[in-house]
Design a protein around this ligand. Structure first.
Ligand SMILES: [Cu+2]
Length: 226
């Protein structure tokens, strides 16, 4: 009846026994399975109660992801997973949890769709924009280009980021290109040329800590969209 060679079945059973088996109720059909189940009974009870504690103690609001993850790694025990999925998904989840935990949230203004569009912009600019960097005598010039959705994201994000850079004391400016934006950063004592060259487009884009508060404002409908 079996289509699979015995050795393969045994190997699969072994893998199951070593991983999934200890936590969940797995088929007790194989000889290894039966053996493992009997030996690990006590351990399963222990892990089960750990899982229950983890669920009971899980905070429902902000900071949960990172804290839970670190805790899980340190203890090395089975626990509830901390990772929500993709980074954008997790970012939105965290913001929604903050809004839900805040009694003053004005749901008539909340706009999670706007935050999602911004996170798509961030994805486009970070992962899909082309960045042609040219080193000048006293700075760096970067032609950030793309098409379609990527181009839209570049036009929104790069000039907005220049404003943020200027606020934290950088000599930055942007200029429209047909297929993107030209970003120019002039070197200074605080931002020497060697550093600008090393940072390049994305190293410059991540300067400042404005995204986190801006994301919350966008979600609350308080951020002027471009
Ligand atoms: Cu952002």
């Amino acid at each position: 009846m079996s289509k699979f060679p015995w050795k393969t079945t045994l190997a699969v059973s072994a893998v199951l026994a070593a991983t999934v088996y200890a936590v969940a109720q797995v088929s007790s059909g194989g000889p290894m399975g039966m053996h493992g189940q009997m030996q690990q009974g006590g351990m399963m009870d222990q892990m089960h109660s750990q899982m229950m504690q983890g669920q009971g103690g899980m905070p429902g609001t902000m900071g949960q992801g990172m804290h839970g993850g670190m805790h899980g790694q340190q203890s090395g025990a089975f626990n509830v997973p901390a990772m929500p999925g993709q980074d954008a998904f997790g970012t939105i989840q965290e913001i929604v949890q903050i809004l839900q935990a805040d009694r003053t949230t004005d749901w008539s203004k909340v706009n999670i769709g706007a935050l999602r569009q911004h996170l798509i912009d961030m994805n486009e600019v970070t992962l899909h924009a082309a960045a042609a960097e040219r080193v000048l005598d006293n700075g760096i010039e970067i032609a950030v280009t793309g098409e379609g959705r990527t181009l839209e994201a570049i036009k929104r994000m790069v000039p907005a980021h220049v404003s943020e850079l200027r606020e934290i004391g950088w000599n930055a400016k942007s200029e429209d290109l047909a297929n993107g934006v030209k970003l120019t950063v002039t070197a200074s004592e605080a931002q020497p040329l060697a550093k600008l060259k090393a940072l390049g487009f994305m190293g410059i884009m991540v300067q400042g800590g404005h995204h986190q508060p801006h994301h919350l404002m966008m979600a609350k409908g308080e951020f002027p969209m471009h």
